[in-house]
Each structure stands twice: as C-alpha cells, then as structure tokens.
Design a protein around this ligand. Structure first.
Ligand SMILES: [Zn+2]
Length: 212
C-alpha cells in the first residue's frame, strides 16, 4: 500500500513538473540554445523566471503544487516556517507569492553599497525565527548562502530553501532541504571546454540582443 502511495505521489509530481515546464516555455522563461551565464560559464539552457512571473495568475497556478508540498510538511510538523525571505531581485516576487499562498510574512534581502547581502528597510528577524529562503533559480546557490549568513547573523534559523527552478550542476550541494517547482540539471561548461562553442553555435548573452 505504501509503495502504491509513493508511486502515486511520484506520478503527481511528474505531472506537476511537466505542467510547469510547459508554463516556463510558453512564457519564454525557459530558453534553449547557447548562453553566457552570469557566472561566465556557457550553457544550453537559460531560465529567465521574471518572464514567467510577469503573469501573476499563471505564476500563482504554477507555484501552487510547490506551496501545497510546503503546506503539507508544515501541517505534518516536518517543517517549521515563521517567515519567508527572498534575495533581491529574483527572490522578491517568489517570496511574496509563496507568502501570499501560505499566509506567511515575506521579506527580502538586498545588496548594500559594498556588495554584501543585508536585511534593510526596517525588516526584522527574531532569535530562533524559522526562515524559508525563496529564490527564482538555484544554480550555484551563492546568493542563497549569502542570504542565509545575513539572516543567521541576526539570530534566524534557515528552515529550507524554496525555488522555482533547481538547475544545480552535479556537485553543488546546499545544507538545507530544497523544495523546487521544477528540477532540471542543465549542463554548463567552462568557455574553454564548451561543446556548443566547438560546434560553432552563436553565443547569446541573455537579456541582450547581442550575439558574440
Ligand atoms: Zn560555449
């Protein structure tokens, strides 16, 4: 019986994953080609979640399976969250939408003049507060780690990490549980070692029309 239930859950998760993949593609948030990532590496896939989030009704529907999973674990007591925090800019709308669906406060962290991730605007964290970090895309998880450090320094406790897309390369690990709406490890290469460069495919810097 348990195995049957587990496979039912698996089927449901795969169906949800296929649905959000379709939504990401339809809104132009999932691009396939040859891209220069902000890390300097090259990849065959690029995610621009802002294009998905520009349609609030679609974003609400697309993120519902994710908030259902979070709500399920909150109700079971296997997850405790008091507030949601998203790093600017990508995490702000995600934190807001998750907070709206879960009935939790949502704040954001941002970079100060020296480039460090901080909590500003009078947002507060209390000692022991359980915080869910919200992100659009997880690649290296660098900004999540910086956000976690900033919140932990204020006494917060990181409960988990929620994101729209988990595209971590193999080997990128994070110390928290990850809840993602869409999981798709996307290959990325050092420019010197890029398969698509070798094939002579034009390199695109996302967000600009320039072709290298
Ligand atoms: Zn390349």
């Amino acid at each position: 019986m348990e195995r049957f239930l587990a496979s039912q859950d698996q089927v449901k998760m795969e169906k949800n994953m296929a649905e959000i993949e379709k939504m990401l593609k339809e809104s132009g948030a999932l691009l396939e080609g040859h891209f220069l990532l902000s890390s300097g590496r090259h990849s065959s896939r690029y995610f621009q979640c802002a294009k998905f989030l520009q349609y609030p009704d679609r974003a609400a529907a697309g993120l519902k399976p994710l908030t259902d999973r979070l709500r399920g674990d909150l109700q079971k007591g296997t997850l405790a969250v008091d507030a949601i925090a998203g790093p600017a800019l990508g995490g702000i709308i995600v934190a807001y939408e998750l907070g709206r669906q879960l009935g939790l406060p949502a704040v954001f962290t941002e970079r100060d003049e020296s480039g460090g991730m901080t909590l500003r605007r009078g947002f507060e964290v209390w000692a022991g507060e359980n915080i869910l970090i919200a992100e659009d895309v997880i690649t290296t998880a660098k900004s999540s780690a910086e956000t976690a450090r900033a919140l932990e320094a204020l006494g917060g406790r990181i409960a988990a990490l929620a994101c729209i897309v988990d595209r971590r390369s193999p080997g990128v690990t994070v110390p928290w549980r990850i809840y993602s709406a869409y999981t798709a490890p996307a290959p990325d290469w050092d420019p010197a070692d890029c398969e698509l460069c070798r094939q002579g495919r034009p390199l695109v810097k996302p967000g600009s029309r320039k072709i290298f």
